[in-house]
Ligand binder design. Structure first.
Ligand SMILES: [Cu+2]
Length: 119
């Protein structure tokens, strides 16, 4: 009987461990609009998302849609918006502060020239 309980506890421990591991590797995908113009914007936006909890980030120049694969236990969606805004790009939920936005190269000033580089 003792052996049975020992075995049972080992089995329960294993189940518990795999449940925790499954939770850790859980990822989600967020996609939302990020304003920008060109390839430089793309590089800047994607570099800003080289952060903890983010598995991949891809911004589409034509559609302006950013797709981010992230680990929800490490980063939440609004923090992703904040990271993008911190390098000067507006998102659906977070505006970049003017002082950062104004430091972008002229061709990237999407508020004034949303149509540069869209040939
Ligand atoms: Cu740009």
């Amino acid at each position: 009987m003792k052996t049975f309980f020992r075995l049972l506890s080992i089995v329960l421990l294993c189940l518990n461990t795999s449940a925790v591991m499954a939770q850790k590797s859980k990822v989600e995908t967020a996609s939302f609009k990020v304003y920008g113009n060109c390839g430089m914007c793309k590089t800047r936006i994607e570099a800003a998302l080289d952060a903890k909890g983010i598995k991949s980030a891809e911004w589409n120049i034509q559609t302006k849609v950013l797709e981010v694969v992230y680990v929800p236990s490490k980063i939440i969606e609004i923090q992703i918006h904040e990271l993008v805004a911190s390098v000067g790009h507006d998102t659906e939920k977070k505006m970049a502060v003017d002082s950062v936005y104004k430091q972008l190269p002229d061709c990237c000033l999407f508020r004034e020239n949303p149509n540069t580089h869209t040939d």
